[in-house]
Each structure stands twice: as structure tokens, then as C-alpha cells.
Design a protein around this ligand. Structure first.
Ligand code: FNR
Length: 339
């Protein structure tokens, strides 16, 4: 159950970190449907360290803005007690700088130790960290002592159970609040079956909550499957990536909603929070899956702006109305700031 105040990770269901997918609209949608905790997409420490924290009064968000004016991370009050900031890092000092930059605005900090993509591993980040336990320890200890919110990490499994258990016991000693375990080896792809026995071994080896991950597609297709996956792995909690990306209503105890409805709700949040249009498109295309070449899919793919995407879904009026409200807000803020 969720504790009031400091976020706890036992018996929770979480939206997993997903590059491009886990921006504010998807996180709010997952919360609406019943996720307890939502991870943001992995954000790289070097880029985040250059950001300015800006209060966006029009959108009522907190934005972390890069020198080129790109919003790297946008968050709002609604998710403050539920959002976990996931970082890509290989450097304890830089990790702490970034964690301190965001700690007032998020519920916890997570370090990605599972990403096998080159952009992560080439800097010694992501899954590359798994072969450097001393560095893992240095980063996590620095974060745990340097920030006042919980720190977690997300790993993949190592070649043997013994190595995996040794690593998580070392990690537990750093004082992290939980460990998320994606039950695949670093060279394995999503199509490979997830190793529930490894997650189970981890869950038995540590006393902090373990968050089981990797069950989408073969094991977790409905809300009821989440609990089955939890039992199968002996973990305290479950984290979903692809199943949530395809249909975020999987977090709801009710029946899965038609994806058309989910896309509409997603798009409303994207409009409301002025989400980057290419990001919006990417997410909608993931949700469309095999319908991405349908007439609707083609219209989404051709769209260049949130306004054009809105047309594809018949949400022009919602778009227009939101724009007018935001303009009115801008005008009133300008008037009130004049002497
Ligand atoms: C991911 N994954 C991922 N992991 C992570 O730690 N940080 C990240 O930013 C991302 N990005 C990402 C993007 C997309 C589009 C996907 C599909 C996946 C991995 C993800 O969190 C998870 O570990 C795996 O997808 C396995 O979980 P599921 O999909 O079986 O629930």
C-alpha cells in the first residue's frame, strides 16, 4: 500500500522507465488508470546537469530546460509523490548534482543499470555499470547520503544466479529503498522469455522490496496477470513497460479499455501539457501497433504538430479550447506582472 509522505516500493505496481514513452502525458495517464508509481524516461546526467529549473506558470508545471530551450523533463504537482526520476549515469558526483537539482520535485531517484543500447553503454552507463560493482556502490552511496528522497536502481540479471545475488546484496548495503529487476541477461531481447527464477532468487536474497520486470507480452496481458507475475517471481512489486505502452489501462482493475479510448485520453494530456509533437506521435504509433498503417495510423504519421494530430482523432475543439485557455492565462500573467 502507498504510504503517505515518503514513497515506499512494497506492494506497488509501476509504470517502467521508457525512453520517449515515459513523458508527462503517459505518466499521468498511468496514474489515472491506477499505477502507484511512475518512472520517467531515462535522462542522461550530462544533459540534465546543464538544465535550468523553470516554473511554467501557464501550464502549471516545473520544467527542466536545456540551454537550447528544449524541455528535458516536465513534471507537475499531481505526480510529485509518485514520480521516480530515472537517470543514466556513470559518475557519482554528476549523479548527485542532477539528483539535487530535481529532488524537490520528484518522489525518488532511480539509476538505470539495465539499458543495453549503445548510447548508454558507451559512456559506461546502463548495463555497462553491471560489470563495475565498485562504481555502482560509489554512485548509490553518494546518492543515498546526498538526497533526502529514496534512491532505487534498475538492473538486468547476471550470467549466474550466484553473481546476481552477490550483486544485489552489495546494492542493498548501499541503503537503496528498492531494486527493480528486469529478468533478462544483457544480451537478451524482449522476445526472449523472462527468467522468473532469477527474480525469485533476488527477492529471497534481500530484505528491501524487489520490483519484478520483464513480464509484458508473454506473461502480463491483463490486470489480473500482474498479481500472477508478482506471485511467480516472489517479488513485492511489479513494473510494466510494454504492456503499459500498448494499453495503459492495464493498470486498472476494470476491464482493459479499447486502445482508441486510451489514445484519446493520452492525446488530451499531450495537448494540455504541450507535449513535444514528435514525442506524442511516437507514443501514439506504439499504441497503434499493427494498426499503424491504417488510415488513422497514416494520418498520425503524416502529422507535424499537436494540432494536426488532434484532427486525426477528432479533438480539434479540445485542442482549440485548450489553446484559448492557455492564451488567456498568458495574458493575465502578463497583466499582473506589469507595474
Ligand atoms: C525501455 N526500457 C527502458 N529501461 C530503462 O531502465 N530505462 C529506459 O529509459 C528504458 N526505455 C525503454 C523504452 C522502450 C520503448 C521500451 C519498450 C523499453 C526497458 C523497460 O523499462 C523494461 O525493462 C523492459 O521493456 C521489460 O519490461 P516489459 O516490457 O516486459 O514490461
Amino acid at each position: 500500500m502507498m504510504a503517505v509522505g515518503r514513497l515506499t516500493f512494497s506492494n506497488i505496481t509501476a509504470l517502467a522507465p521508457m525512453v520517449r514513452v515515459g513523458t508527462l502525458p503517459m505518466r499521468l495517464l498511468a496514474l489515472d488508470y491506477g499505477a502507484d508509481v511512475v518512472y520517467c524516461e531515462e535522462l542522461i546526467d550530462i544533459k540534465m546537469a546543464q538544465c535550468q529549473r523553470v516554473l511554467n506558470e501557464v501550464l502549471e508545471t516545473v520544467d527542466f530546460v536545456a540551454p537550447d530551450d528544449r524541455v528535458m523533463f516536465r513534471t507537475c504537482e499531481r505526480e510529485r509523490d509518485r514520480v521516480v526520476f530515472q537517470m543514466g549515469t556513470a559518475d557519482p558526483d554528476r549523479a548527485l548534482t542532477v539528483a539535487q537539482l530535481v529532488e524537490k520535485d520528484v518522489a525518488a531517484i532511480d539509476v538505470n543499470m539495465g539499458c543495453p543500447k549503445e548510447y548508454s553503454t558507451k559512456g559506461g552507463m546502463g548495463v555497462a555499470l553491471l560489470s563495475d560493482p565498485d562504481r555502482i556502490e560509489a554512485i548509490l552511496k553518494k546518492l543515498v547520503t546526498g538526497v533526502s528522497i529514496p534512491v532505487t536502481c534498475k538492473i538486468r540479471i547476471l550470467p549466474t544466479m550466484e553473481e546476481t545475488v552477490n550483486l544485489v546484496q552489495k546494492i542493498e548495503k548501499t541503503g537503496v529503498a528498492a531494486i527493480a529487476v528486469h529478468g533478462r541477461f544483457k544480451e537478451e531481447r524482449p522476445r526472449h522469455p523472462v527468467h522468473c527464477d532469477y527474480i525469485q532468487a533476488v527477492a529471497q536474497a534481500v530484505s528491501i522490496p524487489v520490483i519484478a520486470n520483464g513480464g509484458s507480452s508473454d506473461l502480463v496481458k491483463t490486470n489480473a496477470d500482474i498479481d500472477e507475475f508478482r506471485k511467480l517471481t516472489g517479488a513485492s512489486s511489479v513494473m510494466l513497460a510494454r504492456a503499459a505502452m500498448w494499453n495503459a489501462s492495464i493498470f486498472s482493475k476494470q476491464e482493459l479499455l479499447p486502445v482508441e479510448k486510451v489514445m484519446e485520453e493520452y492525446l488530451k494530456y499531450a495537448i494540455r501539457y504541450d507535449n513535444n509533437a514528435f514525442n506524442t506521435k511516437y507514443c501514439l504509433c506504439q499504441m497503434l501497433r499493427d494498426k499503424v498503417e491504417s488510415p488513422l495510423g497514416k494520418q498520425v504519421q503524416a502529422a507535424q504538430t499537436n494540432a494536426e494530430i488532434s484532427e486525426a482523432y477528432g479533438l480539434q475543439e479540445f485542442y482549440q479550447h485548450t489553446q484559448e485557455q492557455q492564451q488567456a492565462k498568458r495574458d493575465s500573467l502578463q497583466t499582473s506582472s506589469q507595474p
